[in-house]
Design a protein around this ligand. Structure first.
Ligand SMILES: [Zn+2]
Length: 373
């Protein structure tokens, strides 16, 4: 991937390129950043630049044999490691490399959900076991094919089992010359602290609204400027989320959330149960999107309630909602409403029964909104 294909992050790109040009290539680097912000494409662009045979000042050449192979994720010195569904006869990444390649080439901003969907097993946990750590060691014992750097890209290292992570740690502790580890992670809390301490941190933050809006308009030429900007704000710099919103009816989530909270506030139990049915029908990805979006709106309401409206980032009917709903917030409920939504999001991810979860959540919110907490 060329750096020019990675959205935004101009300063970071310049820094990464500068480091390579000056020969400062850390042996282990952790590309850390939220979903949809571009940590994977950034790591791929870095790998391509590192392997390029005719590096330009601002990007890889895109034409040398190395670039052509890296662009297809087929460079023999670019090793790919990622989580899979571990099973008795399914312990290594290698049999899935073609699938993973296909997924990343289709969407370089890939997240775990899309990869899981691609593998078509939505109820299983993606993981990396100790065999995969051995696979890493084995791949690195090979000589560099082109005589230059060997790059080991490990996507979502936070999904390694403890045994695998400890094995990886050993490899990181005994660096081989010209071997570069690129760890691409969205969740530092789940990584072993010892691994964190071995890697140089490359923070890839969420996209700036301006950059994301521009990328959206290139992708969806029919989007208006204002609309694209609103989506960029609403998705909080997450390209995948913004694309989901652009492709689906994003107003649907807003209306669902607003009317559901209204029913909770009015303690309309029958209506709430109807909403639980509707929630179930949304499907897992959409359910999660609803809670993420709800959290965004609640944070805006909290800002309004804390009397910092200049930080509130909504327009149109969302602004109206924020005005009204923020009046229901109090010292006692503001944090707890947010926590309830966050917990619900986690439970959806862990395959809780959607209807039970939603009715339960609704009752809690009824209590919080009516001050009985
Ligand atoms: Zn090149």
């Amino acid at each position: 991937m060329l750096f020019s294909k990675v959205i935004g992050h101009a300063t970071l790109k310049a820094k990464l390129i500068g480091n390579i040009r000056e020969g400062r290539v850390a042996h282990a680097q952790l590309f850390m950043g939220p979903r949809g912000g571009g940590n994977l494409p950034m790591a791929l662009a870095y790998a391509q630049y590192l392997l390029c045979e005719r590096r330009g000042e601002a990007d890889s050449c895109g034409e040398c044999p190395s670039c052509l192979q890296t662009a297809k994720l087929e460079h023999p010195d670019l090793h790919l490691t990622f989580p899979i569904f571990l099973a008795e006869k399914q312990k290594f990444c290698e049999p899935f490399v073609t699938d993973w390649r296909e997924c990343v080439l289709h969407e370089p901003y890939l997240d775990a959900d899309r990869w899981r969907d691609h593998l078509e097993s939505e109820n299983k946990q993606l993981r990396m076991g100790v065999d995969i750590a051995q696979e890493i060691q084995r791949k690195l014992s090979l000589k560099s094919f082109r005589g230059g750097y060997k790059v080991m890209l490990i996507w979502l290292p936070e999904l390694m089992d403890t045994a695998a992570a400890n094995k990886l740690l050993k490899v990181l502790e005994e660096p081989e010359p010209n071997t570069v580890f690129l760890l691409v992670s969205t969740d530092a809390d789940q990584l072993l602290a010892t691994i964190l301490s071995r890697a140089q941190l490359v923070k890839v933050p969420a996209l700036r609204p301006k950059d994301l809006a521009q990328a959206l308009r290139e992708h969806y030429p029919e989007l208006g400027e204002e609309e694209a900007f609103a989506l960029a704000l609403r998705s909080e710099g997450d390209l995948l989320e913004a694309m989901d919103m652009a492709e689906k009816n994003e107003e649907e989530l807003f209306i669902f959330f607003r009317d559901w909270l209204r029913a909770c506030y009015r303690k309309e139990v029958v209506t709430v149960v109807d909403f639980a049915d509707g929630f179930q029908k949304l499907g897992r990805e959409r359910q999660k999107a609803l809670f993420r979006y709800g959290l965004f709106l609640i944070r805006q309401c909290a800002l309004q309630w804390q009397q910092v409206p200049e930080l509130v980032r909504v327009v149109g009917q969302e602004a109206e909602f924020v005005q009204n709903f923020s009046k229901l917030l109090t010292d006692r409920n503001v944090d707890r409403i947010r926590q309830e939504l966050e917990t619900a999001h986690v439970h959806v991810e862990r395959n809780a029964n959607p209807k039970v979860l939603f009715v339960d959540l609704s009752y809690r919110l009824m209590g919080l909104l009516r001050g009985k907490g």
